[in-house]
Write a protein that binds this ligand. Sequence first.
Ligand SMILES: Cc1c2[nH]c(c1CCC(=O)O)Cc1[nH]c(c(CCC(=O)O)c1C)Cc1[nH]c(c(CCC(=O)O)c1C)Cc1[nH]c(c(C)c1CCC(=O)O)C2
Length: 359
Amino acid sequence: MADQNGFPALKNDRLLRAARGEVVDQVPVWVMRQAGRYLPEFREERAKCDFFTMCQTPALACKITLQPLDRFALDAAIIFSDILVIPQALGMQVEMRPGEGPVFPSPLSVPDDLAKLASPGDVCSKLQYVFDALTLTRKELQGKAVLIGFSGAPWTIMAYMIEGKGSKTMSNAKRWLYRYPEASHKLLKIITDATVSYLVAQVKAGAQVLQVFESHAEHLGPYLFQEFALPYLKQICDEVKEGVIKLGLPDIPMIVFPKGGHYALKDLAALKYEVIGIDWTVDPFLARQLVGPNKTLQGNLDPCALYADEEYIDKAVKEMLSKFGVDRYIANLGHGMYPDMEPQHVSTFINAVHKYSKT
Ligand SMILES: Cc1c2[nH]c(c1CCC(=O)O)Cc1[nH]c(c(CCC(=O)O)c1C)Cc1[nH]c(c(CCC(=O)O)c1C)Cc1[nH]c(c(C)c1CCC(=O)O)C2
């Protein structure tokens, strides 16, 4: 049986239900970086191929997206790609160096560099491979789990475009905020406009949920966040929802994940994102108090808890569920997994969520 868009009918809508605040039979669970180097079957593919070539090859991106679903009872798949495909589509070169992570050989250095960027209106024509991967994966999933599309949030993407690689302090990117506030807003607007059309096109291609990663929220603090992050996160949510409706597609849940952004939870709760992801440094009771009863929370086991033995993981999940409760909750880690983690421990995590949350 196919749905009205020709995709296989959804047999597991737990995550959609939880996002909308509806009753679920079990708490839905997925894991950030669930497709990645901790899986030997991923490493086997990665050994043969450059990271971005993998992203750009829909059949391969689909295969990798589905690898963790073959092993674990996950309630969602997240499309195999990267947040840095947006800077690439804006004309910047990005390399993924093993052991080092992403590197931009020529990062933005001064406001005049903005003139070198492509128009945000052109990004979707360069990202057809992501849309093709989503459409193929949605079909191959056979409705077993929902398919999550994603993007980086504008500040997080801006930080990479200026730093050119990971940074402990983000001082180059923050220098722009203090020294070139106008150019910073110009850049954030370019990224926002590109991201809005990119996310709408992801929904058109088959994404059933969208997550926006504000992975570098911790560097901003409440004042910079108010000025340089919140307005753009709002614009993305408002305009993506509007764009999806304009295309005659059903409204889909959106998740915002402000890593290190505990100070922003109350402000984020005023936006239209249905789900707010929290990292492991935030107490679930405090998060609930800050976001109120009408948002779904996602998170937040310390990823490093997966280094513990299985008995500990089982207990930690039980405790986590007792704090979040089973309503308006999606279980996850508080950030992505690391390459040296054991697949068996991911299985323990996922099974414990389902075991302790059966209603
Ligand atoms: C900041 C960020 C990036 N990319 C992403 C974020 C936001 C999430 C977060 O905060 O971690 C998002 C991302 N990156 C990747 C996914 C795929 C889906 C999934 O989560 O399973 C997703 C959702 C694959 C990936 N992205 C990357 C890998 C490993 C690359 C490799 O194989 O060499 C994978 C599987 C590389 C990457 N990509 C990025 C970094 C900093 C790195 C290096 C760090 C690392 O190696 O884990 C940028």
